[in-house]
Design a protein around this ligand. Structure first.
Ligand code: PMP
Length: 299
């Protein structure tokens, strides 16, 4: 699914066959999860393929690298140019893009490495959580203490927590997990932010124990443009008891409707909820031709 024998990936400063890309097995990143990454999407638009919010994603990659002290030698502009080249070389129009910054050399001590390497792959990836309404369960796995690790950075090691929560929820017959923070407030999903709707307003967890999602920010902006009030505030799962709708947001998942959280179900048809309306606006935005976008690969 991710690559075939013709696929090219960016690794160690060059475009090489994805099947030949590898890393040093003595890299600290593999042993300790000391690496940072991004998840980005490109969409086919009337002006050719455009990477949605490339600047925001690569600024977050820089923020993440800095937060853990991992060097990153490519600028936002260079990373954006590499992304467009990668898409063009692979003939991709709608694609998911995965940059990874990892410790370059054999380096096993518990200090940040002096040098990093950038790997970037792209592939065609349908909406990560599918199109069905999701049944979520509140996970027994909480988000880590934000004083232990920089939770707003997209660090590979944080995803042990995500994999534990998601695998557990699926093993219990649910579609996905919903994680609480260390104080028992709803935080987010394993790879997506969470919103709920009540009396025509939206609610989502504040920053602190969540990844500040770029889709989350986009949805907040779209909601505000539509005159909808968005509250970024702490809430417990009980707040969902009389909610009218809920949804998750993320680059890979886009905007995914939520049918229920544990025994609380949201019966309004998704298309009639704020989430349904914003999902449509999000699709229109990502496939629109963004004025002033540069480097687009003209199809
Ligand atoms: N939370 C987590 C833990 C994630 O992994 C993601 C996916 N990057 C998100 C939220 C959503 O972030 P974004 O909208 O920037 O993709």
């Amino acid at each position: 699914m991710y690559f075939n024998s013709n696929t090219l990936a960016f690794s160690d400063g060059a475009f090489i066959k994805a099947q030949d890309a590898g890393c040093n097995l003595h890299s600290q990143s593999l042993h300790y999860g000391f690496s940072v990454f991004e998840g980005i999407r490109a969409y086919k638009t009337p002006a050719g393929t455009q990477v949605f919010k490339a600047k925001e994603h690569y600024e977050r990659l820089h923020y993440s690298a800095k937060a853990i002290g991992l060097p990153l030698q490519y600028s936002v502009e260079e990373l954006t140019a590499i992304t467009y080249q990668l898409l063009e070389l692979n003939g991709l129009q709608d694609a998911y893009i995965r940059p990874l910054v990892y410790a370059a050399d054999a380096h096993m001590s518990l200090t940040a490495p002096a040098a990093s390497n950038v790997f970037m792959a792209a592939w065609d990836w349908p909406k990560l959580l599918g199109n069905k309404m999701l049944r979520l369960m509140v996970s027994p796995y909480q988000r880590p203490n934000p004083k232990a690790v920089p939770l707003e950075a997209k660090v590979s090691g944080h995803y042990v927590n995500s994999i534990m929560a998601s695998s557990h929820a699926k093993a219990q017959g649910y579609d996905e997990a919903l994680l609480l923070d260390m104080n028992g407030y709803v935080a987010e999903g394993p790879g997506a932010n969470f919103f709920y709707e009540k009396r025509g307003e939206l609610f989502t967890a504040p920053c602190g124990s969540i990844l500040r999602g770029i889709t989350r920010n986009t949805i907040i902006e779209l909601a505000q443009e539509a005159g909808i009030t968005v509250h970024e505030q702490y809430f417990t799962p009980d707040a969902l008891k009389d909610a009218e709708g809920a949804f998750m947001t993320g680059t890979a998942a886009e905007v995914a409707g939520v049918a229920s959280v544990n025994s609380y179900s949201f019966n309004r048809p998704f298309a009639e909820t704020l989430g349904g309306m914003l999902a449509a606006r999000y699709q229109a935005l990502v496939t629109a031709c963004v004025a002033g976008a540069t480097n687009e690969v003209v199809a």
